[in-house]
Write a protein that binds this ligand. Sequence first.
Ligand SMILES: [Zn+2]
Length: 271
Amino acid sequence: MRVFVSVDMEGVAGIVDWEQCRAPGTAYEEGRRLLVAEVNAAIDGALAGGATDILVNDAHSVMRNLPPGELHGRASYLAGSHKPLYMMEGLDDSFGAVLYVGYHGSMGSAGVLSHTYNPRAVHQVRIGGTVAGESGLNALVAAAYGVPVVLVTGDQTVGPEAAPFCPGIEAVQVKRAVSRFAAESLHPDRACELVRDGAERAVAKAADTEAPSFGDEVVVEVDWRTADQATMAAWVGGSVEGRTTTITGRDPLAVYQTFVTQVLLTRGVAE
Ligand SMILES: [Zn+2]
C-alpha cells in the first residue's frame, strides 16, 4: 500500500514558538531535528502497518524543512514551493492512506501556534458549517481521490478538529497546549514511540477506513481578517459578503484549489 505523509511542523513535541519553525537560526535547527524524528517514527510505523511505498510531502512554510537523506524507509520527499495542491501535493488515487504529522489547531482553537493556512489573513474556515482547520481543508483533496486520512499528530486540539471530516481517524497527542505559545510536551523519544505506534495501527486498518466525503455539494466559508482580504479573495471565485467569502462546488478538489489560491492572493494585501 502506498502511504502519503503530509508534514507540518507546529504540532511536533517540543515546538512552541515560531522561531523553532522558521529558518534560519539555532532554534529552527532544533525544530528540524524534532520534526524529522517524528516523521521517521511515522514512516517506521507505516511500514510496520503494511505500507510498501511512502511519499512525504513537506507542507510547512518554505516546504523544505527535512534533510532528504535522513528520511527512513527510503521514502520519497516532495519539497519546495509552488505546489498546486500545496499541503496535499502528490496525493492521487494510487495511495491507500494519508497521515498528517506535526499538525496544529485552527486559528481560534486553543492549540499551540494555532492558525489556518495564514494567521495574518484567515480568521475562521467552516466546511458545511463546521469549523475546519488545515486537517479538514486538506481532507477535501483526500475526498477527491477517495483516500482515507487515518492519522493526525499534534496537541490536544488536532484530533477533535479532524474527526468531523476524517472518519475513523487515529489521533496521537504529543503535547498539551497551555496557551498559543506554551505547551507541555512529551519527551521527544516518547512522542516518537506514540507516533510510530499510532501510524502502525492507523495504516493497518486503512483498508477498512472510509475516505472523507463532503456530499454532493461542498460549501467552504472563510472569514478573513479584513474586508479587503475578503474582496481580493473573491477575485478568483466564490461570493463575498463583508469579511466572509463562500466557495461552493461539487468537486472538492476544485474547491480546495480555489481556497489555496485565495490564500496565496491575500498574502499581498496590506494589513
Ligand atoms: Zn506549518
